[in-house]
Write a protein that binds this ligand. Structure first.
Ligand SMILES: *Cc1c(COP(=O)(O)O)cnc(C)c1O
Length: 393
């Protein structure tokens, strides 16, 4: 199998798995209890909090463990809105993950929130000026993702956050794709809330964090016990938290060298696709993008068919995103970037990881090239285009 879908999820770091194991067997103490095995669990959670905090230069006391990116996004957006009295205006973007978009739509529909969904340019880039122009007297929250999960574009979150400082507007960023992959720091930035997810950087699924800057007062999403300093109820997922912490430490330690490796691999892969398969276009910011993302529109080819054929050759890739594949809707991200529904349905996302090799990507290019030839041979539109081009010289 050749796995080229790291934005959907990553395999776990072996070290993170082994760090978790004792907490799935003999170290089962509830961190809130008083006896010694409870203290071991408590210490393990505290260590993981430090490890996660260190990736973004936060203080451990600003890290709250959750069940994943989705919960963190739901918590941040909902609680920020409620902290402002449950009324007001939210600014977000048209290219956010559904974990932000659906929550904004819910607040709009059921809770009277006013929401601005900012457009993006052809590369999926949010103009900071557009954010500033959208600010109103009643704006209470701005939520802009750190990097896009479909096209990899890295958004100008520092510029936006610093502009919002001291204006009484909270700034949240969904950093699920950025955390542990590209340098990210909350120190002196004006970022108030930041979401990350364990399984996107070598940790276990069902684990995440919400960073809440010290001094930011938002309520809870889950109410109940006093865990997570009264802010996130429920007995801690100790093993999961330990796995997330270990993966965070490894990701931080290797970020630079892995980033460099993956980017070189990605550039070579993208270059070969463009050179060897005609009528292909890359989507997303190429220079200012995530190291491993290759989002490519292959004209006259149904991505759905191509993905099935790639799978038959043991190659895992996605349409727009893992969450939307299986649905017939074209990617909202590509539509917001000005692509047609037809282009969106001809788009494949490959996301590489440091465990991929040149052999993997070479095999993928050759497989894709053959599949594209096969599918285009059945496409009347393609026939028209090539014969048309021929006539035009
Ligand atoms: C994967 C993802 C999420 C959701 O995270 P889960 O841990 O799977 O719930 C949210 N935002 C972005 C940008 C993602 O890529």
């Amino acid at each position: 199998m050749i796995y080229l879908d790291h934005a959907a999820t990553t395999g776990m770091e072996a070290e993170a798995v082994s760090a978790m194991l004792p907490f799935l067997s003999e170290r089962y103490g509830n961190p809130s209890a008083v006896y010694q095995i409870a203290a071991k669990s408590r210490a393990a959670v505290a260590k993981a909090r430090k490890q996660a905090a260190s990736v973004i230069d936060a203080d451990p006391s600003e890290i709250y463990f959750t069940s994943g990116g989705t919960e963190s996004d739901n918590w941040a957006v909902t609680a920020a809105f409620e902290a402002a009295g449950g009324r007001g205006h939210i600014i977000t973007t048209a290219v956010e993950h559904p974990a932000v978009l659906r929550v904004c739509e819910y607040l709009e529909r059921e809770r009277g929130a006013r929401v601005t969904y900012l457009p993006v340019d052809r590369d999926g880039y949010v103009e900071p000026e557009a954010v500033f122009r959208a600010i109103r007297r009643d704006t209470v929250l701005v939520s802009v993702m750190a990097a896009n999960n479909e096209v990899g574009t890295v958004e100008p979150v520092y510029r936006i956050a610093s502009e919002l400082r001291g204006r009484g507007i909270l700034f949240h960023t969904d950093a699920v794709q950025a955390f542990g992959h590209i340098p990210l720091s909350v120190k002196d930035t004006g970022i108030d809330l930041l979401s990350a997810s364990g399984h996107k950087f070598g940790g276990p699924k069902g684990t995440g964090i919400l960073y809440i800057r010290r001094g930011v007062h938002i309520g809870s999403l889950l109410r109940g016990g006093a865990q997570e300093r009264n802010r996130r109820a429920g007995t801690e997922n100790v093993a999961g938290i330990v796995g997330l912490g270990a993966a965070a430490e490894i990701a931080k330690r290797h970020m630079e060298e892995r980033g460099r490796y993956v980017r070189a691999l990605r550039d070579r892969f993208a270059h070969r696709i463009l050179a060897e398969i005609p009528f292909c276009h890359l989507n997303g910011a190429q220079k200012n993008g995530l190291p491993g993302t290759v989002n490519v529109t292959v004209d006259y080819v149904s991505a759905e068919s191509a993905l099935i054929m790639l799978d038959m050759k043991g190659i895992c890739a996605s349409g727009g995103s893992a969450c939307s594949s299986g649905s017939l809707n074209p990617s909202h991200v590509l539509l917001a970037m000005g692509r047609s529904a037809e282009e969106a349905k001809s788009t494949i996302r490959f996301t590489l990881g440091y465990d991929n090799t040149e052999e993997d990507t070479d095999t993928a290019v050759e497989a894709l090239s053959g599949i594209v030839r096969q599918l285009r041979a059945m496409s009347p539109k393609y026939e028209q285009r090539v014969s048309g081009d021929h006539r035009n010289g």
